[in-house]
Design a protein around this ligand. Sequence first.
Ligand code: ATR
Length: 269
Amino acid sequence: MGWPVGHSLSPRLHGFWLRKYGISGSYEALPVEPANLRAALRALSVQGFRGVNLTVPHKEAAYAIVDEADPVARRIGAVNLVIAENNRLLGRNTDAYGFAQNLLSGGFAPQTGAALVLGAGGACRAILAALADMGFTDIRLANRTQSRAEQLAQEFSSPRCRIIAVSWRDAPAACAGSELLVNTTSLGMKGQPPLDFALDALPPGATVTDIVYSPLETPLLQQARRRGYRAIDGLGMLLHQARPSFAGFFGRDPEVTEELRQFVLAERE
Ligand code: ATR
């Protein structure tokens, strides 16, 4: 469910796995106006759906509607997966898992525990939760509107993971000592201006990742590769967040493979 939802790659992604594993199920894109979200979620079971994924703009609203939410969803305050069971709606959030799995399967393993995160919108919340769970202890958070970064820093800081808001202007300097740089802003997305960001202070061996996956190679990732950093694109996050959803809907833990990636990419181009 999304509004709009026509751009979603998820039907193609789940369709690939349904065919691969010979499961006679289906995964449909449902355009749902925000005002109708509650009724649409409550009607899932009676319409024969096992559950649903939520995309923009429904993730926070769905969290407020579900009967139960898992601990990660509660921390993030948003759900991207709802399972309809015995007339109850169980909300989950698999975005943090998807983000972490994408990094790990791209060969990244945290060592120093310091990261710089750009952006403080909805997508950033799952990423802060993921980084804390991966063992990051020192996160610098920079956003154009600094008050949003300060609010998130306060909300997501814990004794194990200190998050400090830095100004947008000082963000390039905050690359110093960071083993990971994450773009969670919409900059670099097709139709948006590029993220014009100097990587000079980023230490050698650092990793750069972007949640934007259209285009796959954002100007930020291009710059990172050119300078010899490891660059991990955002498509993997989409593929990995779908795994627990598919398992919840269809009872099988599916694999993220190169073949799946190519299949999903073919649709986009
Ligand atoms: P979502 O909640 O879906 O992540 P959002 O709230 O619009 O979407 O957040 C988009 C992010 O991209 C925000 O961090 C936003 O910064 P602001 O909080 O200052 O709006 C950031 N962003 C969007 N356009 C930007 C721009 N031109 N320069 C810098 N940051 C930008």
